[in-house]
Design a protein around this ligand. Sequence first.
Ligand SMILES: NC(=O)C1=CN([C@@H]2O[C@H](COP(=O)(O)OP(=O)(O)OC[C@H]3O[C@@H](n4cnc5c(N)ncnc54)[C@H](O)[C@@H]3O)[C@@H](O)[C@H]2O)[C@@H](O)CC1
Ligand SMILES: Nc1ncnc2c1ncn2[C@@H]1O[C@H](COP(=O)(O)OP(=O)(O)O)[C@@H](O)[C@H]1O
Ligand SMILES: [K+]
Length: 495
Amino acid sequence: MAVNHTDLFPPSAMQAIDAAAIANGLCGRGLMERAGAAVAAAALRHWPEMKRALVLCGPGNNGGDGHVAARHLSAAGVKVERFGLAAKAGSDAAWALGRFPGAVADLALCRPEAGDLVIDALFGAGLDRALEGDVAVLIERVNAAAVPVLAVDLPSGVSGRTGRPTGPCFTAERTVTFAAQKPGHVLLPGRALCGAVEVADIGFPARMLTAPAPVSINHPALYLPHLRGPDAAAHKYSRGHLVVFSGPLISGGAARMAAEAGLKAGAGLVSLATPPAAVMAQAAHVTAVMQRSIDGLETLEGWLDDRRLAAFILGPGFGADATSAARARAYAAAVASAGRRLVLDADGLSAFTGHGETLHAIGAAIPLVLTPHEGEFRRLFAPLAEDKTLSKIERAQAAAARGAAIVVYKGADTVIAAPDGRAAVNVDAPAWLATAGSGDVLAGLIGALLVQGMPAFEAACAGVAMHAAAARRHGPGLTAEDLIAAVRPLPLTAA
Ligand SMILES: NC(=O)C1=CN([C@@H]2O[C@H](COP(=O)(O)OP(=O)(O)OC[C@H]3O[C@@H](n4cnc5c(N)ncnc54)[C@H](O)[C@@H]3O)[C@@H](O)[C@H]2O)[C@@H](O)CC1
Ligand SMILES: Nc1ncnc2c1ncn2[C@@H]1O[C@H](COP(=O)(O)OP(=O)(O)O)[C@@H](O)[C@H]1O
Ligand SMILES: [K+]
C-alpha cells in the first residue's frame, strides 16, 4: 500500500493505473471503500463540529466515493443529506449507493446553511468539459453561501490535467485525492481552488504507482545526486567562475543582483562584463563581484580564451532596443561557439523574439537555460502561449523542445522543463517573491549552480528551490536585496 508524494499523474494515467490494478486482482469496490473512508475521516478531523454534511454525489466513481463517505459519516453520528445525479446501474457507484440506501435528493433542492460542510463528490479529475444546468447553478449557490467545501479528488469543474476550470467550479477549503496528485492539484489556479490537499492511501501497491512520464513536484531527489558542497581542497577557481553581462549605465542593478546572488549561491568568482560607459557606476557598487570592461564582440571573444569562465548570464537589465537585442544575440552566439553554459533571462530572452532557429542552434550546442516569466514566454513562444488546450507543464515541455533548452517558466507555479520531457512544478514559493528583481536573483542562483558543474535541468530545479527557500527564510516584506542576503546553500541530504 502506498502513496506517491512527488510524481504527478495526469487523469488518463490514473485511470490506466486504476484499470491495471483491477485487472491484476485489486477490487475496484475496495478502492472506492478506502477512498470514501478517507474522505469521511478528513471531514471528521477538520470539521468535528459540523451541523450537517451535505454530500453531493455525481454519476461516476467520484459519486461512489461520496456515497461511501456519507455512510461512514452517518455511522459516526453526523447528520447527512445527499443530493445527486443517478448512478449508472451496475456501476461501482450504484453498488456504493446500495450499501447506504436512502434519499438522494435532486441537486436543485440543496440549500447550504451556516454550519454545514459540503462534500463535493460530483466529478473527479477527468472532467474535460464545462459543467452546466443544475450542477452549475448549485456550484454558484454553494460558493455564494460561503460554507466550507471538502472536494473528493479535485473540486468539480477543475481539469485535473491543466488545473484550469472548464466552466463553473467549486472553491474547496480542502481536497482529499487518492494515491498521487494530478497536475491540476499543483498548477494554478487549480492549486488555489483545491485548498489544502491530502493524498490518501487507498491500497495501490507501490510498484503500480510509477509515473508514466518524468513529471513531478520540484523536490530534492531531482537534484540532490548532483549537488556538491566545496571539498576540503577547493579553491575559488575550482568552484567556478560566473560572468554576468551588465546593461548600460541606467540599468546596471539587475545584472549586479544576479552577480551577487551567484556569489552567495557558491560560485567561486563572479564577474560583471560591463560596457565601458557603465564601468564607473558598477565599480561604485560592487565589492566581491569583479568587473571586466567589454566594449564589443571582439573583446568578448578575446576574454573567452580564458577557459575558466564556465557560465554566463545574459539579459537582466541588458537593454531592449534593437541595438542591444542584436548585441545580445551576438554575445549569446559567441558564448555558444566557445562551448560555455548560458542562462538567458529578461532582455536576453526578448532579443530572440522571431529568432527561434538561432535560439535552437545555441541550445543544441551548449547547456542553455531560459527563464521566462509569462510575458517573456508569450513573446518568445507565441503560438504555444496562445494554445489554451495545453497545460502550463505541456507548454513548458513544448518550449523546451523548441529551444533545445531547459525552460524555467516562472510564476507562482514555476515549471522547469527539459527537451526530453522531464518537468517539475515548484509548489513552495511564497507570494512575496513577486518583487522587482527577484527574477534577476534566480538567474544568478542557476548560473552559480551551472558553474559548479551541475547539469542544466538539475541546476534549474535546484536554483528554483533555493530561491523559494530564501524567500521563505526571510518572510514577508522581501526585497530582491533581502532575498540575496537570505540565500543559503541547499542541504546536501534530504530533510
Ligand atoms: N484510481 C483512483 O484514483 C480511484 C478513483 N476513484 C474515484 O473515481 C473518480 C473517477 O471516476 P470516473 O472516471 O467515474 O469519473 P467521474 O466520477 O468524474 O464521473 C464521470 C462520469 O460522469 C459523466 N459525466 C456527465 N457529465 C459530465 C461532464 N460534464 N464531464 C465529464 N463527465 C461527465 C461521464 O459520462 C462519466 O460517466 C475519481 O475522481 C475518484 O473520486 C475511487 O473510487 C477509487 C480509485
Ligand atoms: N505569486 C507568486 N508566488 C510565488 N513566486 C512568485 C509569484 N510571482 C512571481 N514569483 C516568482 O518571482 C520571480 C519573479 O521574476 P521576474 O518576473 O523575472 O521578476 P523581475 O523581472 O522583477 O526580476 C520568479 O522567480 C517567479 O517565479
Ligand atoms: K469532486
